[in-house]
Design a protein around this ligand. Structure first.
Ligand code: NAD
Ligand code: RM4
Length: 254
């Protein structure tokens, strides 16, 4: 029996990268899945088909997480299609790498709105549905190693990831009485579209890889297991926690 047998999982930014790997692994572990996505419809539909091929139900709902109304629409559409929400994974995010001294206002504000405001309204909408259902739930937010360490070209991004980590801590307190657990994962450097350009610089890529004790950069699938674990009843007494998933990079200082 899978770890998420009979559960319904919703994930934002679920058509690619870490979100997609999570959606597929959740289905493999027995969950029905709703993904929120932005951009290419056919990529989202290919994720739905992959989940259906595993014998689970799936739906893809388009929407920009930066708009607060997207959150209610995503949760309502998922409930209409799949019946309920047991697990919510707040994953959608952007990182338009840029220097600090000339950061454009629109780059800063878009990053805040997608990564932090988006997570806030999505988590709130999912939590309201879980409270209405009355039998608890699990929320996992994709924060980052960048919640704990800086990045020269991430001065707009690292505060959003620290914010998402902090949101899970406060939500764990606000929602504990409803049996809803809230945790975050903190990925290290994972090879996805978000950092394709940044890591196209072979010198930077080699430097990043060299400081990882496990000897390689991460893959989206490296996050799927930890997220499924935190979402599952195996983690039933884990709330307000943050799980670093970085191949050991953060501790490799001396
Ligand atoms: P990715 O670019 O492959 O995935 C991000 C997803 O979010 C995409 O599917 C994208 O379409 C979606 N998205 C972006 N803006 C959106 C919006 N406004 N509304 C809805 N969806 C939107 O990159 P990824 O690495 O899989 O990123 C997933 C999460 O992981 C992000 O929150 C990112 O900050 C976090 N993260 C990534 C890394 C890494 O090294 N890749 C490390 C730490 C944290
Ligand atoms: C992560 C981390 C990675 C970076 C991505 C975009 O939080 O900082 O190194 O590649 O963001």
């Amino acid at each position: 029996m899978g770890l998420l047998e009979g559960k319904t999982l919703l994930v934002t930014g679920g058509s690619a990268g870490i979100g997609r790997a999570t959606a597929i692994e959740a289905a493999r572990q027995g969950a029905n899945v709703a993904i929120n996505y932005i951009g290419d419809d056919s990529i989202a539909q290919s994720c739905v088909q992959q989940i259906e091929a595993l014998g689970r139900k799936a739906i893809a709902i388009k929407g920009d997480v930066a708009e607060p109304e997207t959150a209610k629409n995503f949760v309502n559409s998922a409930v209409n299609a799949l019946g309920r929400v047991d697990i919510f994974v707040s994953n959608a995010g952007i990182c338009p790498f840029h220097a600090f001294l000339d950061m454009p206002v629109e780059t800063f504000e878009r990053t805040m709105r997608v990564n932090l405001h988006g997570a806030y309204w999505m988590v709130q909408a999912a939590a309201n549905q879980m409270v209405a259902q009355g039998d608890g739930g699990a929320i996992v937010a994709v924060s980052s190693i960048s919640a704990l360490v800086g990045g020269e070209y991430q001065t707009h991004y690292t505060p959003t990831k620290a914010g998402v980590h902090s949101l899970m801590q406060s939500a764990a307190i606000a929602l504990g009485r409803h049996g809803i657990r809230c945790n975050s994962v903190l990925p290290g450097t994972i090879l996805t579209d978000i950092n394709k350009e940044d890591l196209a610089d072979p010198e930077k890529r080699a430097r990043m890889a060299a400081r990882i004790p496990l000897g390689r950069l991460g893959e989206p699938e490296d996050l799927a297991g930890p997220i499924v674990f935190l979402a599952s009843d195996m983690a039933r007494y884990v709330s307000g926690a943050a799980l670093l998933v970085d191949g050991g990079a953060l501790v490799n200082l001396q």
